[in-house]
Design a protein around this ligand. Structure first.
Ligand code: ADP
Length: 641
């Protein structure tokens, strides 16, 4: 069976694991950084696009509001009254001025702008659309205004300025007025002021910070409004003051410097807006954290010297980039977990598959072994059956041989008895012969009575002879062993009966210490009788030469419950050698022709066959003693002897 421990994955050594962890960490960090940067890049690009769109809208709004008046000064130039007014002092100057004012007023009313006015070459307002108001510009000296200086030199000018009378900001378009009659000499300047109220209103509505900056980097309009008149960078105070006087009606400029650089802001540039950002824009920026990053996008407004700048807060981009970085890290984590989970599942499945294969192999091995064992067992069983059959056959053969031997032994005993029996029978036979001859004689003589008496005696004698032959017939019968209840005393009597004449002749005293009907054994009557005949015959042989011949029988019950029938004689007893070999086949001390040496062997086999036994030893008063062990009745009470 394969070693399952060898299949387990070996864990990486510690330094390798640390390296792996470090690599994983680096991968996570790299992915987080990459995702952050990518998201930031796309976020900024999107923001740039939105800002560009916002710039488009704002630019269009300013353009429509501010520059739509750019061509008006040309119309002023065409008015003959104004040209005449500017040509020089004449008598109808007042009338000309009134006409010019009226013209300008109508033109202005038509346009809906704040003011249209005309300056002479000294910079004094000679005609104005607002002539009807008390705070009109008529007579004002605007020579300090930059647009005037340019226009009087013949160059059209336009710029933002604050007039010092109404302190109203506006966008001024100035065009030199030339006199055809004086060889196109500049005789005055026509000016249109565009209001920027609408633009301002729109500007202040901006959510994100937005600026309009002029060519001097001064903030003209701002959301938040606090940044108005701030500068992008710190500038020399003198220059700012001069500019303030000339263009902004003395308004202080550059009190706040935004400290931002808008170079390259046309394409979008990341700047940090200063801490003095209005409160609503920096409420969640801690002072220590400094300025907040913004994307600045600027655009030059065509036809003006203005730049529009919009700022977009980059924090949402940062938050979004951080979220994307976290999501990508989480996704990588999930992917890794998924991979690990899949690998683990595969490994488990492989483990299960291997275990199943192992189990299958073990099963197959077991089945093979079982088959082998079964085959072995079947073979062994068949062998045993063959052996049993052989043994049964051998037993049958043995039993048949034993029966033959028993029969042979019986016939041998009968042979030995034949002389005695012949002697026993010869006497009555002679008497019968004499009596029957006498009876015939008596009948011939007519002595019927005497003849009848003789025949009666003959009948008695034949009966006596029958009694002698009957037991011999029973003894000689060849019969199979069948157990039954056998009275031991009766069996002893039957055996003794066969030796009756020899016992008398050899003057043997017999002691029957057994009460009839008291000791019942469970055995074959005929076989027991044969054993007893053998024992009695041997005892008589052993006592033949002895002066005292005593044969005694007694029955006892052994501790095992068996009946112990003792047959003792007063013969020559056993030598040591005889006692050692007594039950061996063909052991005999008798003369050839007197004994085969099979009697005791067969007797013990017969007894063992029905559960008994035969033992030998010396008798207490000398001689031999055989003990016949007999099984008692199986279920009846084992009666006492
Ligand atoms: P056999 O009688 O043909 O010799 P047995 O098996 O009956 O064969 O007896 C074997 C021998 O046992 C006898 O030859 C004899 O030596 C001895 N033996 C048997 N019975 C007695 C006995 N009662 N006393 C002394 N020896 C005996």
């Amino acid at each position: 069976m394969p070693d399952s421990a060898a299949q387990l994955p070996t864990p990486l050594p510690r330094p390798h694991r640390l390296l792996g962890l470090a690599a994983l960490l680096v991968a996570f960090l790299a992915l987080a950084l990459f995702s952050y940067r990518l998201s930031e890049h796309y976020g900024i690009a999107e923001m740039r696009e939105a800002a560009s769109h916002q710039l488009d809208i704002l630019g269009a709004a300013i353009d429509s509001e501010v520059t739509r008046h750019a061509s008006i000064p040309s119309a002023v130039e065409l008015n003959a009254d104004i040209v005449a007014l500017l040509r020089g002092p004449s008598e109808g100057q007042d009338i000309l001025q009134a006409e010019a004012n009226s013209f300008l007023q109508k033109l202005n009313d038509h346009l809906g702008g704040p003011a249209i006015f005309v300056l002479d070459t000294s910079g004094t307002v000679v005609a104005s659309s607002d002539w009807i108001f008390s705070d009109n510009l008529l007579g004002s000296d605007l020579s300090y205004m930059p647009f005037f200086r340019d226009a009087v030199r013949g160059t059209p000018a336009r710029h933002y300025a604050v007039d010092h009378i109404r302190h109203e900001p506006g966008y001024y378009f100035a065009l030199p007025i030339r006199d055809e009659a004086q060889e196109w000499k500049v005789i005055g300047v026509a000016v249109v002021k565009s209001g920027i109220r609408e633009v301002e209103r729109r500007w202040l509505a901006q959510e994100a910070p937005a600026l309009i900056v002029d060519r001097n980097d001064v903030v003209l309009l701002a959301s938040p409004p606090e940044w108005r008149y701030a500068t992008l960078r710190p500038q020399a105070r003198d220059a700012l003051d001069r500019l303030g006087r000339q263009q902004f009606a003395g308004q202080p400029l550059g009190e706040i410097s935004l400290d931002i650089d808008l170079d390259g802001a046309d394409e979008g540039r990341i700047v940090r807006l200063p801490k003095h950002l209005p409160k609503h824009l920096r409420d969640d920026v801690a002072p220590a954290q400094g300025a907040r990053p913004y994307l600045a996008m600027s655009r030059h407004l065509s036809g003006t010297a203005w730049r529009i700048v919009v700022f977009s807060d980059l924090r949402p981009v940062g938050v979004q980039a951080a979220t994307h970085a976290a999501l990508s890290v989480a996704a990588l984590g999930c992917l890794l977990l998924g991979v690990l989970y899949t690998r683990q599942r595969r490994r488990l499945a492989r483990g299960r598959e291997e275990a199943r294969a192992m189990l299958e192999r073990a099963n197959q091995e077991l089945e093979r072994k079982v088959e082998e064992r079964t085959a072995d067992l079947s073979e062994a069983v068949a062998g045993l059956q063959r052996e049993v059959q052989e043994r049964q056959r051998a037993e049958q053969t043995l039993r048949a041989a034993q029966d033959e031997l028993v029969q042979a032994a019986k016939l041998a005993v009968l042979g030995q008895m034949a002389t005695g029996v012949t002697h026993e029978l010869s006497q009555p036979l002679g008497a019968i012969r004499t009596l029957s001859a006498n009876a015939a004689e008596f009948m011939r003589r007519g002595d019927q009575a005497t003849a009848e008496r003789n025949l009666a005696i003959v009948e008695q004698l034949t009966e006596q002879m029958g009694n002698i032959i009957g037991p011999l017939k029973t003894f000689a019968r060849k019969s199979p062993a069948v157990s039954s209840a056998v009275d031991v005393a009766q069996a002893v009597d039957s055996a003794l009966f066969l030796f009756e004449s020899r016992l008398k002749k050899e003057n043997v005293s017999v002691t029957r210490g057994i009460e009839a009907g008291r000791s019942i054994a469970w055995c074959d009557r005929n076989r027991l009788q044969q054993v007893l005949v053998n024992l009695i015959g041997n005892a008589l042989d052993a006592m033949r030469e002895e002066p005292v011949r005593r044969l005694s029988f007694s029955v006892d019950v052994a501790s095992s419950g068996m009946l112990a029938l003792a047959v003792s004689d007063s013969g020559y007893g056993f030598s040591e050698e005889a006692l050692a070999h007594l039950f061996e086949p063909f052991f005999t001390t008798k003369q050839p022709g007197e004994g085969l040496g099979l009697g005791l062997t067969i007797s013990r086999d017969i007894l063992r066959d029905f559960g008994g036994d035969l033992m030998a030893g010396p008798a207490p008063g000398g001689g031999a003693r055989f003990v016949v062990m007999l099984p008692p009745l199986p279920s009846l009470n084992r009666g006492t002897p």
